[in-house]
Design a binder for this molecule. Structure first.
Ligand SMILES: O=C(CO)COP(=O)(O)O
Length: 143
């Protein structure tokens, strides 16, 4: 099962909540991890369990970064707010840095988050619709 980390700054929480709500069915079979306040809001919006870590300014970003370094997170959706300063800005940068270091998909806005969902759905459908790809290749090789 895929594990997705969700984080949003206060100025972007509304955007994240409307985005996750629009994709409620997609998240139903995913494991969700989030910083404290974001996680509570997402859990209420989706009526789904979310592993809530500490609030961002209290170390939640660092906890998610640690999970990334332990390879327990498949992708990160982090709606950070480019128009307000954060007291824990070094933690924010460290989290994004670790997502890049560990080469996991990371979406910092809705357009990219949509891309990742569409790509993930495409991969699921491709794997389901073409299960006998190797068989097909073998048959082709014999002719
Ligand atoms: O500050 C955050 C990310 O940097 C988010 O923390 P909360 O989800 O606790 O608001």
């Amino acid at each position: 099962m895929k594990t997705i980390a969700l984080v949003a700054h206060d100025g972007k929480k509304k955007a994240l909540l409307s985005w996750v709500s629009a994709h409620k069915a997609f998240f139903a079979d995913k494991q969700l991890v989030a910083t404290g306040t974001t996680g509570k809001l997402v859990s209420d919006a989706l009526q789904q369990d979310v592993m809530c870590l500490a609030s961002g300014p209290l170390g939640g970003d660092q906890q998610i970064g640690a999970l990334i370094a332990e390879q327990k997170i498949d992708w990160l959706v982090f709606f950070w707010d480019p128009l307000s300063s954060q007291p824990h800005d070094p933690d924010v940068k460290a989290l994004i840095r670790l997502a890049v270091v560990w080469n996991i998909p990371v979406a910092c806005n809705q357009a990219t988050a949509d891309f990742i969902i569409h790509s993930s759905l495409y991969q699921q459908n491709y794997q389901r619709d073409v299960p006998d790809f190797s068989l097909h290749t073998t048959r082709f090789d014999r002719t």
